[in-house]
Design a protein around this ligand. Structure first.
Ligand code: BTN
Length: 233
């Protein structure tokens, strides 16, 4: 269960960094929120724009950690985000592996990091969800928010509460059921992808995140971290 403890900071460099630095003093499932981040981080060393008005949070998972394959945590978080958006009347989809889009624009991103040695393993799940931002400047064509998608201004804490309820529901369901929902909301099946200079179609996603790609000549299995998201379109 997550969200039993919630700590809100006005400003942090990055909620993921905070959790990683203080992991031994933070209980399993505790949520760390920053109203603003000065060094918000995204995937592949990208920065994550983190001004006031959106939701930036991380939580730590310490029990039953399965670090060999973090795809399970990506699936659970993505489905919880889709359910959260649904509760605000917004129909989101998942761009494999871990972006949620609304009207083809990104509304949230997930950065999962693992740390620890074999005997002490943690997963840090960091989520950025655009809530009340309406100006995206150079990201105008690529990013959206709850406010832009629904015309409603909602407090970030209300959105967080919905996420916590959705995520805890997801944890109660079987992974098979949650994975089926992930697939149903995924927009990459049948999309074209280029891998090592050759063109393929994505034909399936497996439970461990491996995707099956094929063309007239061959079929291949590719791990989710072996391809770049940019290649998906
Ligand atoms: C992505 O590139 O799509 C992932 C973005 C993840 C951003 C969130 S905001 C809260 C947490 N703290 C960070 O520094 N990053 C994640």
């Amino acid at each position: 269960m997550i969200g039993k403890n919630i700590k809100i900071f006005k400003e942090l460099d990055s909620t993921n960094n905070f959790v990683k630095l203080n992991v031994s003093n933070i209980e399993d499932g505790t949520i760390i929120i920053a109203e603003r981040q000065t060094k918000g981080r995204g995937l592949r060393e990208n920065s994550w724009e983190s001004d006031f008005g959106n939701l930036y949070f991380s939580f730590v998972l310490k029990n039953d950690i399965f670090r060999i394959n973090i795809f399970k945590y990506i699936v659970q978080s993505s489905v919880a985000i889709i359910r959260t958006l649904n509760n605000f009347g917004i129909n989101g989809v998942i761009k494999y592996p871990n972006d949620c889009l609304v009207n083809s624009k990104k509304i949230s991103g997930i950065l999962i990091e693992s740390l620890g040695s074999k005997s002490l393993e943690y997963i840090v799940v960091g989520i950025g969800l655009n809530v009340n931002q309406v100006e995206f400047n150079e990201l105008k064509e690529k990013a959206t928010s709850i406010k832009l998608s629904s015309n409603k201004e909602i407090s970030t804490i209300e959105v967080l509460n919905e996420f916590v309820a959705s995520y805890n529901e997801v944890l109660e369901s079987s992974f098979e059921q949650v994975f089926a929902e992930y697939l149903e909301k995924s927009i990459v099946i049948k999309k074209r992808i280029s891998c090592k200079g050759k063109d393929y179609i994505i034909s399936d996603i497996e439970k461990n995140g491996t995707i099956i790609i094929r063309n007239e000549l061959s079929q291949k299995r590719v791990a989710y971290n072996e391809i770049s998201l940019k290649e998906l379109y």
